[in-house]
Design a protein around this ligand. Structure first.
Ligand SMILES: CC(C)=CCC/C(C)=C/CC/C(C)=C/COP(=O)(O)OP(=O)(O)O
Length: 329
């Protein structure tokens, strides 16, 4: 679908056009966030959009739902300058290399407002963009997020379709923008064979586009579970033993770990796991990889989890004494 917006003649600039995914994801009166990365407008584009009542980069979850389009336009250059900007509360040498997040609480967020769950997912996706920006800004090597578990296929078709089209749009327009302009690396882990074909193509092209980058690695766990990961690795090992490539007696933790989905792209295991919404469980996320992660549980629902909360989680991590089974000092 192609939509053209024309500002009044007196306006200093024109938004030429932008496209939404085809077919446009639309469920009742709830729209999947429309992440626009290709708007070409003149200077000063930010001021112009504000003057004309258009929001960009962040839409307010509280904004009237009747608003036709929520523009989550391209990331502003000044939001990620390329330099690491660390808040005073944090010490660079104690930063986690890999932060994993279980994004929980979207249903309750919507319910608290008397809204359908899709509104919670929209607000969560919008917040995920912010979290990703914080990670780029703080120089965090890997951000992995639990976006959809193998168990989440049990949810209603309506909710699954909504989430898949939202993620597709998010990857196509937002993640790709960060890959092209801000050195982001990108991977999806999980049972991709269960994902709709269109999102698989979008994922493949985004992964390819970020292959040579060296900035923050953004990992989405989609159709993922820790048990799936372990069973999948076991099958690969069994097949290597069956074909004579590997001797059973040579299997150890390191051989096994190499076959896990997280190792395909070679990033370290999580140092810090954050779960929002007050639930105190891992719900089948990275069961092997979290062996020595520090856990941080917070009551806030994911759509409300903001920069100050993230800094607090990182600060808590920096106060932990990690022993890996060694002696207390
Ligand atoms: C940003 C965004 C749009 C997120 C989408 C919302 C969504 C589907 C999140 C799922 C994250 C997840 C697998 C949490 C685990 O809880 P669980 O509810 O699967 O497991 P539990 O039943 O043990 O709590």
């Amino acid at each position: 679908m192609q939509i053209s917006l024309q500002f009044p003649k007196a306006s200093p600039c024109t938004i030429k056009s932008f496209t939404t995914p085809s077919p446009p994801p639309h469920h009742g009166d709830v729209e999947t966030p429309c992440c626009v990365s290709s708007i070409k407008i003149g200077t000063p584009w930010k001021k112009t959009m504000v003057d004309h009542g258009l929001s960009f980069a962040r839409f307010s979850p509280a904004a009237p739902l009747s608003s036709k389009f929520r523009l989550a336009a391209r990331v502003e250059d000044r939001e990620i300058s390329g330099e690491i900007q660390l808040p005073d509360a944090l010490q660079a040498e104690l930063m986690p290399k890999h932060v994993a997040v279980i994004m929980d609480g979207h249903g309750r967020w919507a319910e608290n407002r008397g809204l359908p769950i899709q509104h919670g997912h929209n607000a969560g996706l919008e917040n995920l963009k912010q979290l990703l920006l914080h990670c780029c800004k703080f120089g965090i090597g890997v951000l992995s997020v639990y976006a959809f578990s193998t168990e989440n296929w049990k949810r209603t078709k309506e909710e699954i379709d909504f989430l898949m089209s939202g993620y597709e749009c998010f990857i196509q327009y937002y993640v790709k923008d960060l890959i092209l302009r801000h050195d982001l690396q990108f991977s999806v882990i999980g049972d991709k064979s269960r994902l709709p074909q269109s999102i698989r193509s979008t994922i493949a092209s985004a992964e390819e586009a970020g292959k040579a980058n060296s900035g923050t690695h953004f990992v989405m766990a989609l159709s993922y579970s820790g048990q799936y990961d372990i069973v999948d690795a076991s099958k690969k090992i069994a097949s290597q033993v069956g074909s004579g490539k590997l001797r059973a007696e040579d299997i150890d933790e390191s051989v096994f770990e190499q076959q896990l989905l997280t190792n395909v792209t070679k990033f370290p295991n999580p140092d810090l796991l954050i779960r929002t919404s007050g639930e105190l469980r891992v719900s089948n996320f990275m069961l092997w990889q979290l062996a020595y992660a520090e856990f941080y549980f917070v009551d806030k629902l994911f759509p409300d989890f903001e920069e100050a909360d993230f800094i607090e989680a990182l600060s808590s991590f920096q106060q932990r004494k990690r022993r890996y089974g060694g002696r207390k000092k």
